[in-house]
Design a protein around this ligand. Structure first.
Ligand SMILES: Nc1ncnc2c1ncn2[C@@H]1O[C@H](COP(=O)(O)OP(=O)(O)OP(=O)(O)O)[C@@H](O)[C@H]1O
Ligand SMILES: [Mg+2]
Length: 324
């Protein structure tokens, strides 16, 4: 099928009803890690595969790389089964916790990976220099990995995934173990790789970190995709809620009574004043109360929808469905 279809029409990555149940212990107890997940990534797109710890991200990724055999469904790369070496050769993989022999230097690791991909000595040397520069490791190029921090090892992992200039990058938690500056550098690198037309499939459990990096997301909750699609469609476009912080009013009871009468307002007393969360549409009414009672309005901010809130909505809805 893949051979007869133009490349651009074939998804670069596809999970179709993927299912994986591990069996653990003497009694072969079933541990369902992924339950019926379907995801498609087209060439040149970037997809964030998100979810909390234990939600099944790494297991799905291992199925995509042929490292774990699915219990059901399929994992496909470039229209071929994920176990096909031709498909696998076009993928750059960053494992969740990259492990290298610690007596090697970054230069030796990248040279070795280049050899595995059959690059010539000249290409390996050029590519190693380029990539070490790209991930900011030129100065540590000839130091053994033994003394490297987790963030530095993560950079070596990222560099080795790029050696063969793959079309598709599958990165498991690329932003983990990095300090804020390191995270920014990796985010910038991801933006640059997208600009070069690479396809990116990456996992993360830090939802806020990746909002700007993906065209679409798939959010897992205990092995199930609870939300999927373009961020612009999944996140509510308007700031539906606003938050006001008021100083302690002279007439606290009178102020609380007036504020609690606002439609759908959550009014809470804090150590230093009053906090009101209310629908953005009710902000003019709040401002009138502030003016009428001469309240001390210290902060007024719109609360935009975020991936965190989307996840919580979906996870709560799923819990309620299961309970009902
Ligand atoms: N080899 C294994 N044997 C048994 N259970 C496993 C195995 N690998 C994963 N699991 C279980 O499958 C579930 C999903 O794990 P997975 O590592 O895929 O989650 P994850 O979303 O990548 O989590 P994290 O954010 O912590 O990396 C967990 O309950 C985990 O304990
Ligand atoms: Mg994981």
């Amino acid at each position: 099928m893949a051979e007869s279809t133009p490349d651009s029409a074939v998804p670069v990555l596809q999970l179709q009803h993927l299912h994986k149940t591990f069996r653990v212990g003497f009694w072969a107890k079933k541990v369902p890690a992924v339950r019926d997940v379907s995801v498609t990534l087209q060439a040149g797109e970037s997809l964030g595969y998100l979810g909390p710890t234990g939600s099944g991200k790494t297991t799905s990724i291992k199925c995509l790389l042929g490292l774990v055999v699915p219990t059901g469904g399929q994992a496909r790369l470039f229209g071929r089964p994920a176990t096909d070496p031709h498909a696998r050769a076009r993928v750059g993989y960053l494992p969740e916790s990259p492990y290298f022999y610690d007596y090697l230097t970054p230069t030796e690791v990248l040279d070795y990976v280049g050899k595995l991909y059959g690059l010539s000595a000249a290409d390996r040397s050029r590519r190693t220099r380029e990539l070490l520069g790209l991930v900011g490791l030129d100065e540590a190029a000839r130091r053994p990995l033994r003394g490297f921090s987790k963030g530095m090892l993560q950079r070596v992992g990222i560099a080795q995934s790029l050696v063969a200039d793959p079309q598709l990058l599958i990165w498991d938690e690329p932003l983990s173990g990095l300090d804020p500056m390191g995270r920014k550098e990796v985010r910038d690198l991801m933006v640059e790789l997208r600009r070069q037309g690479k396809s990116l499939f990456f996992s993360s459990h830090v939802l806020g970190d990746i909002e700007a990096l993906c065209d679409a997301v798939c959010i897992l909750d205990r092995g199930v995709a609870v939300a999927q699609g373009k961020l612009s469609e999944l996140l509510r476009p308007d700031a539906l809620e606003s938050e006001a912080v008021l100083g302690l009013p002279a007439d606290l009871d009178g102020a609380l009574q007036a504020l609690q009468a606002l439609p759908e307002a959550a009014v809470n007393r804090t150590a230093t004043g009053v906090r009101v969360v209310l629908p953005t549409a009710a902000v003019p009414a709040l401002c009138r109360i502030v003016a009428d009672l001469s309240l001390d309005l210290r902060e007024l901010s719109a609360r935009r929808d975020s991936l965190e809130e989307l996840f919580l909505r979906k996870a709560v809805a799923r819990g309620a469905e299961a309970a009902g």
